[in-house]
Design a protein. Structure first.
Ligand SMILES: O=c1ccn([C@H]2C[C@H](O)[C@@H](COP(=O)(O)OP(=O)(O)OP(=O)(O)O)O2)c(=O)[nH]1
Ligand SMILES: [Mg+2]
Length: 153
């Protein structure tokens, strides 16, 4: 399987030792698990949102690619820990630290441990649009119908 080279900077020297470097959990994984580069465990109370550093920055560099930060399903479903921005989008020209906004949408406090896998990052292809302003579109079957226009079943 071919993999895409990605430049990464390690901003926290515990990465690679106390905090494992991000990796694909299995050969077929789409997401790289991102870990909390915290100095001590952090409790997120119900309704709170905390910005958690990962100790890493990436420079994707190619405008035909981006990265998305997505919740981990186990954390989100069982513990209510999802992302404060719902989805994080990493621009190809971003060179700052990868940050994860952790929102506790549940009813019970959740403690993020040092090095815990808090979210996952997926590299995705991107096509930038160049707008071509027109007065009318060629007719389509759907036209302007949406929001349930095709019926409820
Ligand atoms: O979960 C996230 C989302 C974004 N970012 C970084 C990478 C991204 O390239 C940059 C800007 O994100 P975005 O464009 O979504 O935020 P904005 O509110 O539009 O800020 P800006 O004005 O800096 O673009 O912040 C993260 O580290 N984590
Ligand atoms: Mg932006």
């Amino acid at each position: 399987m071919s993999k895409r080279k990605l430049q990464v900077r390690i901003l926290d020297d515990r990465i690679g030792t106390a905090i494992p470097f991000p990796e694909y959990a299995t050969e077929g994984s789409a997401g790289l698990d991102l870990r909390a580069a915290l100095s001590e465990p952090k409790t997120v109370l119900p309704g709170e949102t905390h910005l958690i550093p990962t100790g890493l920055s990436v420079h994707i560099s190619d405008p035909g690619l981006a990265a998305m930060i997505l919740p981990r399903s186990g954390l989100g479903h069982k513990h209510g820990i999802v992302l404060g921005n719902l989805v994080g989008l990493i621009d190809s020209d971003y060179q700052g630290e990868l940050m994860v906004s952790c929102w506790n949408r549940g009813q019970t406090p959740f403690t993020i441990e040092v090095g815990e896998r808090i979210a996952q990052m997926v590299l995705v292809p991107v096509v930038q649009a160049e707008f071509d302003v027109v007065n009318e579109f060629d007719a389509s079957d759907r036209g302007a119908g949406g929001f349930g226009s095709t019926g409820s079943h």
